[in-house]
Design a protein around this ligand. Structure first.
Ligand SMILES: Cc1cc2nc3c(=O)[nH]c(=O)nc-3n(C[C@H](O)[C@H](O)[C@H](O)COP(=O)(O)OP(=O)(O)OC[C@H]3O[C@@H](n4cnc5c(N)ncnc54)[C@H](O)[C@@H]3O)c2cc1C
Length: 460
């Protein structure tokens, strides 16, 4: 028998909204708690920068900088049944790889199309989630099933007043994202550096780095973007690079083009800050180079952070790892009433969130069964061991299809979209970093696919 549950989704970003839609479709009673004044999560650009806490979060959720554009084509970066078409009135950003504001517009349109704002509570920050008393015996609704007490706050009508409320839910979906809490490297002398240092979470625009010598630590997505952007305004940009493996042909071309961009291999140590009275900005790199820098930007990634969640140690968070989780979604000892959506990196977004949300919704309604907790635990441990053995191993490109087919009959990605994505990745690797987003040539299969979905006019 299919049953409806009272479900609290924590987070009004893409994964929370994807989950909310699936839960509503399955007939659940849904509340989305969103701590800030709008939906969209990371895509709700926040111009506030360091606010006096340049190495922390400073109470700001989004880590978006002004120049962020989608890293994957818009035709792929959308919900399975809600294409990310440009606005047909000519407003907005019609590019295949649009900027962050256009993607926020799409998320808002998605909310409107599926009536999600009716179930979203804005400015509702979840402070604590812990187990509540289970249903009483004989109440006919899963005797002994775990329920959750959620404590959340909202600014009241009077100035500065914060109202805290407690509410009990049958199930919790945690969808708070993973790119907010700065992960900092351990660098000799960092604590004594008196010039500017910040994490990329607090970087927004390059203007204030004009004429400076800037050290960028880390060369993944944000490090690459920010270093290249700074080359146009800074005197010198020195990047501390963990490994030359990431030096794709595209990156080599960019390095060759910018005479003021210098890469330094870390060899174990990102760099050290050397203190001297005469030159207070000395930064020494592992390759022996030494520069006098004005600013250091740590593009060193993000840790997971779930400060509100009290599971009595059944789910633990350690840096960017947490678990145990069965299929990246259910903690075996607390399933199915506690689940996580959107906590796996390097997956097809937002499709994967959609599939996860659908699975959670169907398990909660009773339409699908989970294996025993012992079996789920074995599977979670197996995954953790494999990841331990190969931290850099990535999931296959078709992982979303495999997951969706296995758990919730989620439709596979069309072949032309997979081809579009693979060719986009190839251009990121081999093309020109600064122009790959704007110059592309589609295959016949892709063009036919674009036509079939209404992206191109149909041929007569
Ligand atoms: C600079 C940058 C560029 C990126 N570029 C891309 C890209 O091109 N393509 C791509 O697919 N992905 C990109 N990402 C990843 C991006 O984060 C995901 O696409 C997406 O935003 C994840 O959605 P989410 O809902 O899981 O998390 P988020 O977007 O982070 O949303 C989480 C929400 O939870 C809320 N929340 C957190 N804690 C609480 C609480 N205690 N109570 C209530 N609400 C809470 C937050 O306010 C937020 O609204 C990028 C990320 C960054 C930082």
């Amino acid at each position: 028998m299919v049953s409806s549950k009272k479900v609290c989704v924590i987070g009004g970003g893409m994964s929370g909204l994807a989950s909310a839609r699936e839960l509503l479709r399955e007939g659940h009673d849904v509340t989305v708690m969103e701590q800030i004044g709008g939906v969209g999560g990371q895509w709700l650009y926040d111009p506030r920068t360091d606010a006096g806490d340049p190495l922390g979060t400073a109470g700001v959720h989004s880590s978006m900088y002004t120049s962020v554009r989608l890293i994957s084509p818009r035709e792929m970066t959308c919900f399975s049944d809600f294409p990310f078409f440009p606005k047909n009135d000519g407003t907005g950003d019609a590019r295949r790889y649009p900027g962050h504001a256009e993607f926020l517009r799409y998320i808002r349109d998605f909310c409107e199309a599926f009536g999600l704002m009716d179930v979203v509570r804005l400015n509702a920050k979840v402070l604590h989630v812990g187990l509540a008393a289970p249903h009483a015996a004989g109440d006919g609704d899963g005797n002994g099933i775990k329920r959750w007490k959620v404590s959340w706050s909202r600014h009241g009508d009077c100035d500065g007043e914060v109202v805290t409320t407690e509410e009990v839910f049958d199930a919790i979906v945690v969808a708070v994202g993973q790119y907010t809490q700065p992960r900092l490297p351990s660098i000799n002398g960092m604590d004594k550096w008196s010039r500017r240092q910040l994490h990329s979470h607090s970087y927004r625009v390059p203007d204030s780095f004009h004429g400076e010598v800037v050290v960028v630590v880390g060369f993944h997505e944000s490090g690459k973007d920010i270093a290249q952007e700074l080359c146009n305004v800074a005197r010198e940009v020195h990047v501390s690079v963990k490994s030359m493996d990431g030096l794709t042909p595209a990156v080599s071309k960019a390095v060759a083009r910018h005479h003021n961009l210098h890469l330094h291999l870390q060899e174990g140590n990102p760099c050290s800050i050397v203190h001297s009275e005469s030159d207070p900005g000395n930064v020494m790199f592992a390759d022996g180079a030494c520069v006098v820098a004005d600013s250091i930007i740590y593009c060193t990634g993000y840790d997971l952070s779930l400060p509100f969640l009290d599971t009595g140690g059944l789910v633990t968070v350690d840096g960017d790892r947490f678990g145990p989780l069965f299929e990246h979604t259910f903690p075996p000892a607390l399933a199915p009433t506690l689940s996580f959506v959107g906590m796996l990196r390097l997956v097809m977004v937002p499709r994967f969130y959609e599939a996860q949300g659908r699975w959670v919704a169907q398990v909660l309604s009773g339409r699908r069964q989970l294996p025993s907790s012992e079996e789920m635990m074995r599977s979670a441990e197996e995954y953790d061991r494999a990841r331990e053995a190969c931290p850099s191993c990535r999931l296959e490109l078709d992982y979303c299809d495999v997951f969706g087919a296995k758990h919730c009959d989620f439709p596979p990605v069309e072949q032309w979209k997979m081809e579009l994505l693979s060719s986009a990745f190839a251009r990121v690797r081999d093309g020109d970093v600064e122009s790959y987003c704007d110059s592309y040539h589609d295959s016949d299969l892709v063009r036919e696919g674009l036509r079939s979905e209404g992206w191109l006019p149909r041929t007569p």
